[in-house]
Design a binder for this molecule. Structure first.
Ligand SMILES: [Fe+2]
Length: 492
């Protein structure tokens, strides 16, 4: 695709034709009524209630146990909040406006500061005290001129060279002041790439540079990015593709970018006809999942492979081993998880087919792709040591679902010893946990949970070698944070 033509079309996205005479929200918001009724009998739903404060802040938190002395830094998390505002409730967990949480761990103490991101969308709706713009899973008719007007910056964070960016996946990164969390504005990596989608799951290479992807569904393209450790654009490429698949995450190895294209694809015509972005996607179980191996030097697709139909939000890692590229993923049988995460917004539980860790071997000589299921337990939100990204990894931390509710356990699998451990939080909902090293190189697991019986969010710290023993420290917030998505830890 011609780059100039693509960028021009992105700058005036064809959504301008999307003006319809009536809202999809009913006058009486049935989703609020349903959610509140269900919340009375299902206390765990409080994680999806959302908060409407713009700022949440505490002094030093009450800590049970002892925070390790050598573990100092900022634990940032991002996620949707404002799930319900101006008399309307969103129809999907991924819709709410982004809020950044900052936990400062210093000299054995911990404090919390959270702030909403002042995106264009958030500010314009706040000014008019009305939901105006459609989101990932909730349709609203509204004329817009570019995707960043819908950008809620609510998925993850990129700390880079003492700067901090909040990431979505349909638009630009939003720069945030890492100390005050004040919103600085939309980030353009160059004048040529203004407005191109910069995804949520970048991978930081061993040289400190950042690889990323973005899927531009309205413009029939996937974008590849390479940014150096100082935030300067090194390379980018636009790959044309019809009915763009939803590509939330990807991987790197020493030589390649590895992208999985699930048969969960975008139907532009449906989108133009009063459907949310999510509802404009279709899953075709008769189509293969395509794997692209992309040369890091040229950004050309070097090889393609096929796997059975599946959907993946998150990959653990990829690496090269003799004539193979090997990767691990948290694999869903289909796209049913999206319905689960929609129904939960009105308090309804819906079963899905599960999410399991898989290992895939791409044989570059035989051009074959084989996959192997690693566990029969539901696993999600994988994390490895950052110094192993793109290389053979030794330990994987993940959330596990060991009840009928939601992820309520954290696990670690060690590939060197072959041992795995887990800790169950019982009546707490677990959010992403990270495997991090302290200043002496010791491994710790850090993650948040929502204690829906005590009605508070907690920060939990485990010795990664002794996960079974339970947390060495638990810090309790005096309030609930809405369940969020991804975070990063910056050592200080
Ligand atoms: Fe994600």
């Amino acid at each position: 695709m011609n780059r100039r033509k693509f960028i021009q079309s992105t700058g005036s996205i064809a959504l301008s034709s999307l003006v319809f005479p009536h809202l999809s929200f009913a006058e009486q918001d049935e989703w609020i009524t349903a959610f509140n009724q269900n919340l009375k009998i299902k206390p765990w739903l409080i994680g999806w209630q959302g908060v409407n404060q713009e700022v949440l802040q505490t002094g030093k938190l009450e800590v049970e146990g002892k925070i390790p002395q050598d573990l100092n830094g900022y634990f940032y998390r991002n996620g949707p909040t404002q799930n319900e505002a101006y008399g309307k409730r969103y129809h999907h967990w991924f819709d709410g406006d982004g809020m950044v949480q900052k936990f400062h761990i210093a000299n054995g103490s911990i404090s919390h500061f959270g702030k909403i991101i002042d995106t264009y969308k958030y500010m314009v709706e706040k000014q008019q005290q009305k939901r105006l713009l459609q989101t990932f899973g909730t349709y609203l008719p509204r004329r817009i001129s570019n995707a960043d007007q819908l950008n809620v910056a609510n998925i993850s964070l990129l700390p880079l060279n003492e700067r901090l960016f909040a990431l979505w996946e349909g638009g630009s990164a939003y720069e945030i002041n890492p100390k005050t969390l004040k919103t600085i504005g939309v980030k353009s990596w160059s004048s040529q790439t203004k407005g191109l989608p910069f995804g949520a799951h970048y991978r930081q290479d061993q040289d400190g540079s950042i690889w990323n992807i973005g899927y531009a569904s309205l413009n029939d393209a996937i974008v590849l990015w390479h940014i150096d450790g100082h935030g300067r654009l090194k390379q980018f490429k636009i790959i044309p593709i019809k009915n763009v698949p939803m590509v939330h995450d990807f991987m790197i190895t020493k030589k390649y970018l590895v992208l999985l294209l699930p048969p969960f694809r975008f139907n532009k015509t449906k989108f133009m006809n009063k459907h949310s972005f999510l509802d404009a996607h279709y899953f075709d179980e008769n189509q293969s999942t395509i794997v692209w191996l992309i040369d890091k030097n040229t950004l050309n697709i070097q090889k393609t492979f096929e796997l059975p139909a599946q959907f993946v939000f998150h990959f653990t890692n990829a690496y090269e081993q003799s004539s193979e590229v090997i990767f691990e993923s948290m694999r869903y049988h289909d796209s049913g998880i999206f319905n689960v995460l929609s129904e939960i917004m009105r308090g309804k539980e819906k079963k899905f087919t599960g999410v399991y860790p898989y290992r895939v071997r791409l044989n570059l000589e035989k051009n074959t792709a084989t996959e192997e299921k690693l566990s029969n337990v539901y696993n999600e939100f994988p994390s490895i040591n950052t110094n192993e990204i793109g290389l053979t990894h030794t330990q994987v931390v993940s959330l596990q679902q060991r009840n009928d509710l939601f992820f309520n356990s954290v696990a670690i699998s060690n590939y060197q010893t072959g041992k795995s451990q887990y800790f169950s939080y019982a009546e707490q909902l677990a959010e992403e946990h990270l495997l991090i090293k302290d200043s002496r190189g010791n491994n710790w697991i850090v993650g948040t949970t929502l204690d829906y019986m005590e009605k508070c969010t907690k920060v939990n710290i485990f010795n990664a070698n002794l996960l079974n023993d339970g947390p060495v420290a638990v810090a309790k917030l005096p309030y609930i944070l809405p369940l969020g998505l991804h975070g990063k830890f910056i050592n200080t």
